[in-house]
Write a protein that binds this ligand. Structure first.
Ligand code: NAP
Length: 235
């Protein structure tokens, strides 16, 4: 039996990934910072709920204890993430971005990934086939964001692409440090969720595809990669 924890899984891509992995036979923990939202989501799909705020050490440590007491962890999906949007669903550009704004966004998108991964490493290392999926973004590709012929070129925000490029680098370094684990960064594609005011062009079913696929890689599968549904992406 494979046990999987997905952070920020009470809605959006995390919830859809949880639904699919339950259907694939995984025991799935929905990590959610809000108990009411998390419990309701878990009940809908036959998953377990664990309170988990990726910005809060105490919350993450308590989640480790819960999952450990229930038998351990095989797959960690670092999915929780935030983006800045103004009241018109626009993305503030470089001139509006302050150091505090970037710090707030990194607290979830980057430090959250490190906090949760570091805390669950001892459990993952006890698994026969440990897997980590870091939900990155196509906007984490410096190649695409600097290519005038690529749609990502026109995204004006600073903090979000910087956070996801950092997630990519963290993925590479963790993958080398833990060769017994499969650790990959994935780009779900532009998906209609609350993150972007539902302006995304894909459904959550389409967006979750690569998350679900990389959550199920076997011990001989790829590691240290950055992929979308069509294969490897340029860094
Ligand atoms: P979403 O529907 O807004 O879901 C984000 C989830 O993260 C929610 O469950 C939210 O919980 C949770 N979350 C936020 N801060 C958290 C924290 N401190 N602790 C725990 N959970 C927290 O967005 P989504 O589109 O599904 O995003 C999922 C991931 O995909 C993110 O990492 C995002 O960057 C990435 N991604 C999305 C797209 C896209 O087009 N949608 C494209 C590329 C990458 P609450 O309900 O409590 O807020």
């Amino acid at each position: 039996m494979t046990t999987t924890l997905i952070t920020g899984a009470n809605k959006g891509l995390g919830f859809e990934s949880a639904r699919r992995l339950v259907a694939a036979g995984h025991t799935v923990y929905i990590g959610a910072r809000d108990a009411e939202r998390g419990r309701r989501a878990a009940e809908r799909i036959g998953a377990r709920y664990v309170q988990l705020d990726v910005t809060d050490d105490d919350s993450v440590q308590a989640a480790v204890k819960t999952v450990e007491a229930d038998g351990g962890l095989d797959v960690l999906v670092n999915n929780a993430g935030i983006e800045y949007r103004d009241e018109n669903n626009g993305v503030p550009g470089a001139a509006a971005m302050t150091a505090d704004d970037i710090r707030t966004l990194f607290e979830t998108n980057v430090f959250g990934v490190v906090r949760v991964t570091h805390a669950f490493l001892p459990l993952l290392q006890k698994s026969a086939a440990p897997v980590v999926v870091n939900v990155s973004s196509g906007l984490g590709s410096a190649t695409h964001v600097s290519d005038p012929d690529h749609p990502a070129y026109h995204y004006p925000g600073v903090a979000y692409p910087a956070s996801k490029a950092t997630v990519n680098m963290i993925t590479v370094q963790y993958a080398k440090a833990f060769p017994n684990m499969r650790i990959n960064a994935v780009e779900p594609g532009f998906t209609a969720t609350d993150l972007n005011g539902r302006s995304g062009t894909q459904s959550v079913e389409e967006g979750a595809e690569i998350i679900v696929r990389m959550a199920q890689v076997g011990p001989d599968g790829p590691t240290g990669g950055y992929v979308d549904v069509n294969g490897p992406l340029p860094w």
